[in-house]
Design a protein around this ligand. Structure first.
Ligand SMILES: [Fe+2]
Ligand SMILES: [Fe+2]
Length: 236
């Protein structure tokens, strides 16, 4: 379904443009954001991506045979097994959080990320079968890979220039700027392979993509969530 791939790619491009044009992103990039804004952005980013191995593992469990090997490779990268350093991506995020002074709230962020995953699993199903749930998950994961392949370096430069984070602490961004070029390309192909393998109609696939990306996922996850940036004061 070449037209499905083109449609999904067009929606991704539109969402990335909207994300980078929004006021919150422009402030981060030009240095006009407050330190708390940078911290909130980073807290939301850690929350969004700290369970990425589990999400990719979910995609792997549903992968059609023609996509399985690449998705497995992506999962092994997430876990650090395919990396020279042996470092997992959540470990890179932990370091990033520590460098930004967010260590005191890391446990809370990880709990929120775990709750987000639990919500995905326990929310009443919007769809009739697991194949639709899998397509929605794939669509959002590939959307982030598509965005990071285009924006991770810009974000990295902004955090170095305006928050003073050292290059070492920013390796999660450097890494995704590189590897997500291939992941995004493969992901667009996988969406197509998945839809054909599970026999979804073009209209059903379009409907699921439209519903998953009805709001800007990047703005929602990075700017609209209320993640803590300062340790909670002890209960009195
Ligand atoms: Fe990753
Ligand atoms: Fe990736």
């Amino acid at each position: 379904m070449p037209e499905l791939r083109a449609l999904v790619e067009a929606v991704f491009i539109e969402q990335v443009e909207e994300f980078t044009a929004c006021a919150a992103f422009r402030r981060l990039e030009c240095g006009g954001a407050s330190t708390e804004d940078y911290h909130r952005f980073l807290a939301n980013l850690v929350r969004t991506h700290s369970r990425s191995p589990q999400l990719i593992a979910f995609l792997y469990s549903l992968a059609p045979p023609d996509a399985a090997e690449e998705i497995l490779h992506n999962l092994l990268e997430e876990l650090g097994i395919e990396e020279e350093s042996g470092e997992s991506h959540p470990a890179m995020l932990e370091d990033l959080a520590a460098a930004a002074g967010l260590s005191p709230v890391l446990a809370v962020l990880e709990r929120l990320a775990a709750n987000d995953l639990r919500d995905i699993v326990s929310a009443p199903l919007m769809y009739r079968t697991l194949k639709e749930v899998g397509l929605a998950a794939m669509c959002e994961i590939v959307a982030f890979e598509f965005m990071l392949s285009r924006c991770a370096s810009r974000i990295e430069r902004a955090l170095e220039a305006h928050l003073g984070l050292p290059p070492e602490a920013l390796r999660w961004f450097r890494h995704h700027a590189e590897v997500d070029i291939a992941h995004a390309e493969q992901g667009l192909e996988h969406i197509d392979t998945y839809v054909r393998y599970y026999g979804l109609t073009h209209d059903d696939a379009r409907g699921i993509v439209g519903l998953t990306l009805r709001e800007n996922v990047f703005v929602t996850r990075y700017f609209d969530q209320a993640s803590p940036v300062t340790p909670r004061s002890p209960d009195r």
